[in-house]
Write a protein that binds this ligand. Structure first.
Ligand code: FAD
Length: 507
């Protein structure tokens, strides 16, 4: 039952939004969809002298903000404090979403409104699990919601994976998006061919950034350092390689179309990969059907969008390779870096999403000078006091209620695993918020005694030498970034060094 009301309202938003890609529906969706119900229990609470429920949220990505937004909207007395380990908010909206997709980042406008609410506070520069523990937060708040995302990546687990020239997609994305921990990455872009392992939207984002004409990137908030490196890049060919077939790709049509239409590049799809697929998709769900039709059209027909001579003149190319599973990263002759990836060719057993890739016994070496492994993000355990399912990489929960720990909740990627767009994250964050509201209503969450909230946490942080960054501090950093960007003709120039951010706000 938890979240059913939230989900019903979201259904309307999904239909109303543009849909069909990373970006999903309208960013304003979260606000519009909120329901103006006021359960009797809350009305009773408002007219009673009970202390205000104090809720804290760990993580300021979409999950953290949407959870806070929903609780504040539907509980007139709740106070929500958001803790974030970086000085700056918004998680993967700032550090994941591709710089050339600025419209997706508009969700930060509604997050900013939430953060400016009198009943919401933001404390950046606080790493939960290190600067303050989860049990300490539980002492200070009536409810604690963990929304700390998925900050690690899955590994290939094959020989040669640690050779120079092999990078995780997470690190590469963090580098071009100004994630402080990746600011020194310095990917070597002196080779002509890059291999991206994975057939998801992150893989397509990376291929696009590697091949996009510089004038397109210059107008974005991509960091100055990565723009300079891309300006000297020799990469002119990108292969996206997947273990399974065209019917199993995980990217969406909007991102594929964008790649097909990328100026100065040419798609190279092998017609043999697509023969006979028209029949196979006859009864497929519409999004899969349209996506496959676009791949077939691109592989089999002469492109209509770009004149043939433009295609021929395209200096750069990209393509999809199917049914190849990486077995080993092969070193250059002097052993100093990657030369190729040995692929096990596969056949598919079963069909649709559940098809399995079985090695045929044949192998093929794909030459390349850069390997980007885009096989998924992964959440990590935060605190010994919090149960964690290491196998699935999630906090075990029921509708966001952490199993066996009353008063502890989770939302977003750490709740359901690292898949889904911002709208999906919004959906399940509202579900979790709904669980908190219901537990407040039925009394599972005991608010009869008051909790000190940040007052208690502040003294813990001070004793450990940690100085939080407030939302108005972030707004100063934001203004500085926007001003630097304006000078360079971009929406913002991100500050990539946390020390510089802290200096800016007088820490
Ligand atoms: P996150 O966004 O990762 O937020 C988690 C937050 O918790 C971070 O700010 C982190 O710093 C903080 N945190 C971590 N540990 C701690 C700690 N110990 N203490 C305090 N704070 C902590 N979706 C779209 O709709 N459109 C797109 O174009 C799009 N592009 C994407 C591109 C990439 C490369 C990726 C990886 C994802 C993309 N997504 C996109 C998906 C979208 O980003 C996710 O659905 C969403 O960000 C998940 O939200 P989250 O809050 O669970 O995690």
């Amino acid at each position: 039952m938890a979240g059913a009301r939230g989900r019903a309202s979201l259904g309307r938003c999904w239909l109303g939004g543009k849909g069909g890609g990373w970006a999903g529906g309208s960013p304003a969706c979260g606000i519009i969809s909120s329901l103006c119900f006021m359960p009797a229990g809350l009305k009773r609470w408002l007219s009673s002298a009970a202390p205000a429920p104090r809720v804290c949220v760990v993580g300021s990505g979409p999950a953290g903000f949407y959870t806070a937004q929903h609780i504040l909207k539907h509980h007139g007395g709740a106070q929500v404090d958001i803790y974030e380990k970086l000085p700056v908010p918004f998680g993967l909206v700032r550090f994941g979403v591709a710089p050339d997709h600025p419209e997706v980042k508009n969700v930060t406008n509604s997050f900013t409104q939430t953060a400016r609410s009198e009943r919401c506070a933001y404390y950046g520069n606080v790493t939960v699990g290190r600067d303050v523990t989860v049990p300490e937060l539980q002492q200070a708040y009536h409810a604690v919601v963990l929304s700390y995302g998925a900050e690690d990546n899955r590994v290939l687990g094959i020989p040669g994976e640690n050779l120079p020239g092999v990078l995780s997609a997470r690190a590469f994305v963090g580098w071009y998006n100004g994630l402080p921990e990746n600011r020194h990455l310095k990917p070597d872009l002196s080779c002509e061919t890059a291999l991206i392992l994975g057939h998801g939207n992150v893989a397509l984002d990376i291929a696009r950034i590697l091949l996009a004409p510089l004038p397109l990137l210059r107008k974005t908030d991509i960091t100055a350092g990565s723009l300079a490196a891309l300006a000297c890049s020799k990469v002119k060919r990108v292969w996206l390689v997947g273990r399974r077939g065209p019917l199993q790709v995980a990217f969406t049509i909007k991102e594929l179309r964008e790649m097909i239409n990328l100026p100065g590049t040419r798609p190279v799809l092998s017609p043999a990969d697509f023969t006979g697929l028209e029949n196979a998709i006859k009864d497929a769900p519409r999004p899969r059907k349209r996506l496959t039709e676009l791949m077939i059209k691109t592989a089999l027909e002469k492109p209509v969008e770009k004149p043939v001579e433009v295609q021929a003149a395209a200096a750069r190319e990209w393509g999809l390779k199917f049914q190849r599973s990486p077995q080993e990263v092969l070193p250059s002759a002097d052993g100093t870096r990657v030369r190729a990836v040995r692929m096990a060719l596969t056949r598919l057993e079963g069909s649709g999403d559940s098809a399995k890739a079985i090695p045929t016994g044949d192998v093929e070496d794909l030459e390349c000078g850069l390997v980007l492994s885009s096989i998924g993000y992964r959440s990590l355990p935060l605190d010994p006091a919090v149960p964690f399912d290491a196998q699935r990489g999630v906090i075990p929960n029921t509708s966001g209620r952490v199993e066996g720990v009353p008063g502890l909740y989770c939302s977003g990627w750490v709740k359901r695993g690292p898949t889904g767009v911002i709208i999906t994250t919004m959906n399940d964050s509202f579900d979790t918020a709904q669980s908190v509201l219901e537990d407040l209503q039925v009394g599972t969450l005991d608010v009869s005694s008051s909790r000190e909230g940040f007052g208690a946490v502040e003294s813990i942080l001070r004793s450990r030498g940690v100085r939080p960054v407030s939302f108005s501090d972030w707004e100063k950093i934001d203004a500085a970034e926007v001003a630097r960007g304006r000078a360079a003709g971009k929406p913002r120039e991100k500050i990539v060094d946390p020390q510089e951010m802290l200096q800016l706000v007088g820490h």
